[in-house]
Design a protein around this ligand. Structure first.
Ligand SMILES: [Zn+2]
Length: 798
């Protein structure tokens, strides 16, 4: 379709014109609205109303769901078999779709996201690379698998409620189902889909789902996600969200209930979204008893011990078992299955909930001793801290699974990768990497699993907000927890670089994904909390946002508006700067000027001025001219009145003038004349473009100090340079801008006044000479002869 449009010359031209117009309109958006050719500066405090979508009855101007807010509902009943021989998923689902929109629908869209794992996927076809140098074996293996592996979903049937086939068309990662007639507002319909696909080997075809094969015990561990045809979202602001899955923009989905029957080998243990409905059929009596005990346990306890899991690895049951799970109010469903699972659990009572949440971890022996020590603790800690800042965790279980997927979230269950070495030791990076990834992925239950933002459009709304809360959660784990993201100083390197786009950029077009969608928004929110709003205001507004949009679908505008609405602070400059531009913070103290009030008394003022003049340094010429004979010395008659007169001498007229002035002053005016304060003009420059609060630490001559926090609005009339007048009781010794580095200021050297010498160290190193080829050969020969020598008895021991 698109090609035929382009072939038509006229239409192509029109498209180009539209494109050009669009490009102009985005960059000159402000210029179109108001024209400012005189005072050449951007209005960084301009309200965002012109940029944000117009409020309506679905979404209010205050950022809340409107009176007529609606969202679709999708309920699934799924029967699925995990084929452990072929590593294959075979499923059938009954989908009940309720059209709560005011619109009539002629077709439905479904996501077939596993289609991305195919040699003909857009993700693979549009992947670019610019260089081939040294390639690792693993990379090579993955490159080959991209060319050959076919992970596409085979759709064998789509039927209506009567069992009659419904026409459908697969468009890459999407499928359109055509309805017989249309689905009106308020109507429900049920249809079924049968499908199957090959599960990807996460070694050669890594993804957000997949299996891991363990060579030593010949077992598989499955982490299964986007495994069934899922309803695409239909919304008031986007219509059908059926933007193709290219790998980064994750899953925009509808809420509903799930009843899922998972059939797996009888000796597998299955972990899944939702509550297990038939424990008596799939668990041993011991496991059921332990699970009951775990509900009220003080610490995580084993449901399956490491020894039992090890034993289970050798089992090869020919039987199958069906695990039944039920999950209401979720937007997705994922599961994990293996013979290798150790399983631990602890019930956790959250404030405001009547039943404990079961925090559970599933991991192979390869995850030990790290996993039994940290995973379930990290889950519970996350639920505590995230709930404190948002709403009580509403689901009955929270699960963390160790397997091939490095870190990926689904409702109630997440997949996390870090493992210790084979010998059980682990690096600091692995330890904190594990705790952090569990906090992050469990945290995603809140954003976007419950606060259901559009992940395919905006990565920051779930990743940035989760990373921000992850930082708060990490800092409550232990003192000085080594958080990777959140502290303003950690984002400085990224902020000053050129290779970046604004946060408000679609997921697939982001440069520096981690910094853009995780690090920068997380830092921005931390700055908003600590520096702009303060904790009390921020926490109140943020909780309001979380609660307003719990189990609903917010957009960026809803977030921006709610944070302002609930805090009572105009933040448009902040959203504008941090989210819509690539400006960075670089404020500078250019100069500090001191002023003291003159007394008006000539005996004080003139005497002081005279002293100042006399202290002025002599010029070089003055000094050298001193010895030259002067004409007035030779002819004294040339001297007159002015050779003696000093205009800084106090005269009677001066004294009289001062006395007259004093007589004219009222008492309060006289008092002003006696003001003893120090007046300082602090000249500030904004070199990075981002307008930010000015935070000053003033240190006085007596070494006492004082903090001065000036809101960002200081830049509203001139956002490049301003002078701030301050009055102090004591003379100022120096000042430092942003002493706690809370604004992500990219250049610290201009933050001090007066400037100081920057100090650091350098190292001496002895250069090592590398061996030449002849020396290397000689060494090889020497080694070879030593190897041939018969070994002494004592050396043979291993
Ligand atoms: Zn994430």
């Amino acid at each position: 379709m698109k090609i035929s449009v382009l072939r038509s010359h006229e239409k192509a031209l029109l498209r180009l014109m539209c494109l050009a117009l669009f490009l102009c309109s985005t960059s000159l958006l402000q210029a179109q609205i108001v024209s400012n050719d005189k005072f050449k500066q951007e209005d960084k405090f301009r309200q965002l109303e012109e940029t944000l979508p117009t409020p309506n009855e679905f979404r209010t101007a205050s950022g809340a769901p409107g009176e007529k807010y609606w969202q679709q509902e999708v309920d699934y009943e799924i029967d699925v078999e995990l084929d452990d021989k072929l590593q294959k998923i075979i499923g059938t689902e009954k989908v009940t779709y309720t059209n709560k929109s005011p619109d009539k629908l002629n077709y439905l869209w479904m996501q077939l996201d596993t289609n991305i794992l195919s040699f003909d996927s857009d993700a693979h076809l549009t992947d670019t690379s610019s260089h081939l140098g040294k390639v690792g074996y693993k990379t090579m293996q993955q490159l080959m698998a991209k060319e050959t592996f076919d992970g596409r979903m085979k759709i064998s049937a789509v039927r209506d409620e009567q069992g009659d086939p419904l026409p459908f068309q697969i468009i890459k990662t999407m499928m359109r189902i055509d309805l017989n007639g249309s689905l009106s507002s308020g109507q429900s319909m049920t249809f079924s889909v049968d499908w199957s696909y090959l599960i990807n080997d996460s070694q050669s075809r890594p993804a957000r789902t997949g299996y891991e094969y363990f060579e030593e015990d010949k077992n598989f561990l499955y982490e299964i996600a986007h495994w069934y045809p899922r309803m695409a979202a239909y919304t008031d602001n986007t219509g059908w969200q059926h933007k193709q899955f290219l790998g980064r923009g994750e899953f925009t989905l509808e809420f509903g209930s799930f009843l899922v029957k998972i059939t797996a080998p009888a000796d597998h243990v299955v972990a899944a979204t939702g509550e297990l409905q038939n424990p008596e059929k799939v668990l041993t009596e011991t496991q059921q008893k332990r699970l009951e005990q775990a509900k009220t346990a003080e610490k995580p306890m084993f449901i399956i011990t490491p020894e039992e899991a090890k034993k289970n690895e050798a089992s090869r049951s020919k039987e199958k078992k069906t695990w039944i799970f039920m999950a209401p109010f979720v937007r997705d469903f994922a599961f994990a299955s293996s013979r290798k699972f150790i399983w631990d659990a602890q019930g956790h009572q959250l404030q405001g909930k009547d039943k404990p949440v079961m925090a559970m971890s599933y991991y192979p022996n390869e995850g030990e001793p790290l996993w039994s020590r940290y995973s379930t603790h990290a889950i519970i800690h996350t639920l505590d801290v995230f709930s404190k800042y948002t709403f009580p965790y509403p689901y009955p279980v929270a699960i963390s699974v160790n397997g091939p997927v490095g870190g990926m979230e689904y409702p109630m269950i997440c997949f996390n990768g870090p493992r210790p070495e084979k010998d059980g030791t682990y690096s600091k990076r692995t330890k904190y990497g594990l705790i952090s990834v569990i906090i992050h992925e469990v945290g995603h239950n809140y954003f976007p699993m419950i606060v259901n933002s559009d992940e395919r459009q905006w990565t920051w709304m779930d990743e940035g907000i989760t990373t921000f809360l992850q930082f708060l959660t990490e800092q409550e784990w232990e003192p000085d927890y080594p958080s990777r993201r959140g502290e303003p100083r950690d984002i400085v390197g990224y902020m000053k670089g050129d290779y970046q786009v604004p946060i408000m950029t679609n997921s697939e077009s982001i440069l520096q994904f981690g910094n853009n969608a995780y690090g920068k928004p997380a830092t921005a929110l931390n700055v908003l909390r600590e520096t702009v709003l303060g904790r009390e205001l921020f926490d109140y507004a943020f909780k309001e946002y979380s609660r307003r949009w719990m189990f609903k679908r917010p957009t960026p505008a809803d977030f921006f508006r709610t944070m302002e609405d609930a805090s009572g602070v105009d933040l448009d400059w902040f959203w504008r700067g941090w989210f819509y531009t690539t400006d960075h913070t670089d404020l500078a103290v250019e100069n500090v000027r001191q002023f003291l009030l003159e007394t008006g008394d000539p005996y004080v003022d003139k005497v002081r001025r005279k002293k100042e003049r006399d202290e002025e340094p002599e010029s070089l010429s003055d000094i050298r001219n001193k010895s030259l004979p002067k004409r007035t010395e030779k002819f004294p008659e040339l001297k007159d009145f002015y050779n003696e007169y000093d205009d800084l001498d106090v005269t009677d007229a001066d004294r009289k003038k001062f006395e007259d002035q004093l007589k004219e002053l009222k008492a309060d005016e006289k008092k002003l004349l006696e003001t003893q304060k120090y007046f300082y003009l602090i000249d500030l420059k904004n070199q990075g473009g981002l307008v930010m609060p000015v935070i000053l630490k003033l240190t006085f001559d007596d070494d006492s100090s004082e903090m001065l926090r000036i809101p960002a609005e200081i830049w509203r009339l001139n956002n490049k340079s301003v002078s701030k007048l301050i009055l102090t009781e004591k003379p100022l010794k120096n000042l430092i801008l942003d002493p706690h580095r809370e604004t992500a200021d990219t250049q610290l050297s201009n933050n001090e006044f007066p400037r100081t010498i920057s100090k650091s160290y350098f190292q001496l190193e002895k250069s090592k000479k590398s061996k030449n080829e002849m020396q290397k050969r000689e060494e090889e020969q020497k080694k070879a002869t030593e190897k041939d020598k018969p070994k002494k008895e004592s050396e043979k021991k291993e």
